[in-house]
Design a protein around this ligand. Structure first.
Ligand SMILES: Cc1ncc(COP(=O)(O)O)c(C=O)c1O
Length: 373
């Protein structure tokens, strides 16, 4: 069988060896409840707190500002709904963008049913939001600005620090969905200036089903799950010790992979070769420089991405967003960027990771050549 090639790291990553090893004792020995103050509970509690410290180190925040969640979707839901429910007396207006993940846009639509007003800002052809558009959209009713740090489909990085500064000038909270950026580029919360930040474990070599929400000290936000006082009263439910320790270990490892030049070099060489091979039949989606260094989203003009990937089934990549894989309509992100339909229908997102080799990328180029595109 032809070797399988994985180029879908923005959809999900394998579990880092260190994360796997960190979990092992919690599958067998340490089964206690972290809330129990006895010999069985204490190691579990210590492990959760150590993991919280490891996550906080990557975000450069205080461990008490990290709340474990079930992943990126929950973190975004908590940010939007939690702020709306805590601030609805003073305001009801939320600002976000057209290129957000459904995990932000759908809670926004849900809140509209409860009376929220949601402004969805446009982006330019590279997928960037204009901070002046953010400034103009703010009103006396605005309570939250939610702009993703880096886009999952095209990798474009948003000017979050500038947007957060604009938000704070107006006394508005700022949230960023950093599911795609944590572990790939610096995501220090003070540099970004955000009040809330979402991360998803399975995008940074931790297992699926774990994530975190950074909540800046003093931020007024309603808990997402009501119940007992877990997570300092911000999210009820016995902590998922197993996955929390994995996330902590993954965050520690990720610190060594920020702006990894080896991944960027491979990605750039891959793109150079594709251009050399296919000339004007290929074009790039996303910002040429302000872009995640592992992400290459390209259009094969006049073709459909699904058809191309269908003809090389050993290659795992994505057409548009992985969350809607299989769809042949232009993705909302590409549509918002104004990518012409004839080009964008042929979009394929190749996202590279730690295990990607040049041999694999070369193999993909050969496969594509054989398809006579
Ligand atoms: C930018 C972004 N936000 C949120 C999510 C949702 O994360 P999760 O799958 O952990 O719920 C994803 C996952 O695709 C994503 O790429």
């Amino acid at each position: 069988m032809t070797k399988q090639i994985y180029l879908d790291y923005n959809a999900s990553t394998p579990i880092a060896h260190e994360a796997l090893e960190a979990m092992r004792p919690f599958l067998t020995q340490h089964y206690g409840n972290p809330s129990s103050p006895h010999w069985a509970g204490i190691p579990a509690k210590d492990a959760v707190e150590r993991a919280r410290t490891q996550v906080a180190a990557l975000l450069d925040c205080d461990p008490t500002e990290v709340v474990f969640t079930s992943g990126g979707s929950e973190s975004n839901n908590h940010a939007l709904k939690g702020v709306f429910f805590a601030h609805r007396e003073h305001g009801d207006h939320i600002i976000t963008t057209a290129v957000e993940h459904p995990a932000t846009l759908a809670p926004g639509r849900f809140l509209e049913r409860l009376g929220a007003k949601v402004t969805i800002l446009p982006v330019d052809r590279f997928g960037r939001v204009d901070p002046d558009d953010v400034r103009r959209a703010i009103s006396s009713r605005t309570i939250l600005i939610s702009v993703m740090h880096a886009n999952n489909e095209v990798g474009t990085i948003q000017p979050i620090a500038e947007i957060a500064a604009i938000a704070h000038e107006a006394g508005v909270l700022c949230h960023t969905d950093a599911a795609q950026s944590v572990g790939k580029i610096p995501t220090r919360v003070d540099t970004l200036g955000v009040d809330l930040l979402s991360l998803a474990g399975h995008k940074l070599y931790a297992p699926k089903g774990i994530g975190a929400l950074y909540i800046r000290k003093g931020t007024c936000i309603e808990p997402f799950i009501h119940g007992a006082g877990h997570e300092s009263g911000r999210r009820a439910g016995t902590e998922n010790v197993l996955l929390a320790v994995a996330l902590g270990a993954a965050c520690e490892v990720a610190a060594g992979w920020i702006d990894a030049p080896q991944i960027k070099d491979l990605r750039d060489r891959f793109w150079d070769q594709l251009q050399e091979t296919f000339g004007p039949k290929v074009s790039l989606n996303g910002h040429p420089t302000q872009r995640l260094s592992n992400t290459l989203n390209i259009n094969f003009t006049g073709r459909t991405g699904a058809e191309i990937l269908g003809r090389m089934p050993q290659v795992a990549a994505s057409t548009g967003s992985a969350c809607h894989a299989g769809s042949v309509t232009l993705s909302p992100v590409l549509a918002a960027m104004g990518v012409p339909v004839r080009e964008g229908m042929g979009a394929i997102r190749f996202s590279l990771g730690r295990a990607t080799t040049w041999k694999e990328l070369d193999e993909v180029i050969s496969c594509l050549r054989h398809l006579s595109l």
